[in-house]
Design a protein around this ligand. Sequence first.
Ligand code: ARG
Length: 472
Amino acid sequence: MAQLWGGRFAGETDKQAWRFNASIGFDQRLLREDIEGSIAHAKMLQKQGILTDEEASDIVRGLTAIYADVYAGALPIEDRFEDVHSFVEYHLIERVGDAGKKLHTGRSRNDQVALDMRLYTRRRVVETDKLLRELRTTLLTLMEEHIHTVMPGFTHLQKAQPVTLAHHLGAYFEMFTRDSGRLRDLCARLNVCPLGAGALAGTTYPLDRDYTATLLGFDGPTRNSMDSVSDRDYIVEFDAALSLIMMHLSRFCEEVILWNSNEYGFVEIDDAYSTGSSIMPQKKNPDIAELVRGKTGRVYGDLMQILTTLKGIPLAYNKDMQEDKEGCFDAADTVADCLLLFNAMIKTMKFRKERMEQSAALGFTNATDAADYLVGKGVPFRDAHGIIGRLVRYCIDKNCAIDDLAIDEFRQFSDAFDEDIYEAVSLKTCVEKRLTTGAPGTEAMRKEIEESKRVLSEDWTKVYEEEEEHHE
Ligand code: ARG
């Protein structure tokens, strides 16, 4: 056991209590952030004359070497350490001696871990947005390709009106664009530096908190030291944003699963992203889509966990806060995996245009347009609605589509019908005439695609990445 707080204790920590208390098993994922934060802290102490130039450069050299050695596999992270902070400090002292013992001047593990989690979350927020961007790019490519691919649009899972595949996919583009906006908002809010808050009440050393904040790419220091060490709002916000991404992915997966079924046959998932059954030789299952749908529950769980963990904690730091990590890691990892695989799956998925068009043609999706046609001939809409309803019933009995009827049959229902009814209810007309902003008609859709391209070209993560590179 190697801990940072032996002095006060006469007795040993119970073995089970030690294991229960330790966080090294999971917080080792914060190694990079811990070292980045410590380097910035050392540089600031040097600037303030609290460390000599030599001490600071020994510390920076030592920390850099520890990081390199761990990543090269030369320095294992052993569980005799309580947490990643103890691990780093122990090895730093081993390597650079007394200078290493001075690194923790004016710092507490409370502001240290608060900093590490913020840096870590910021990095994962940016990474998540990159994956979202790849998926949005795929969607946009598919939208351009399928601007004329007619399919039924559904309400209540009943065929409603004809739309295009581009339009349907565009709905998801909007959802994922909102998700990106949420990541952007929360990233701006989290981008303040808690380092220098100390255990809870700041410190008597003349620290320059603005300087550390700048070194680490933050917009500035946090304003209240007690809040700094106990704020985990940004994890809640990140988990909430991730939950919404999962909700959107899950709805999309549900559709892919339906579309991939024999009954719909709208798409065929590539072999690379399907699996078979051990007993039923004919099966090709949409497991990836099902798993993404299933993992949504897990990310919601992570959100509920952090909210519940935080709800009763008095100011300032309490050990409960150590429970902020695993859920955050899990949610970020899960979403990263899901975005990656979902994107690969739809990129390789075959869209069966003819099946989609046929399904739209056979589902009375042009019934609204038939009613609108009668309105154009002077029939009040409510009467037109009734007439087309009876006409649809007639078609169902005859097992045919509206446009299969002969003109005499149309006229049995209303003498307002003319030869131009065929043109008016053709699927092509039904889609093309929907030209209001946001509708599936080709011209409206082209505008939507242009606007989507413009939105996609705005990359808000650039500013954070430059910061990352800056202190790498
Ligand atoms: N492992 C701890 C955590 O993750 C680090 C902070 C410990 N601070 C303390 N006062 N015990 O929250």
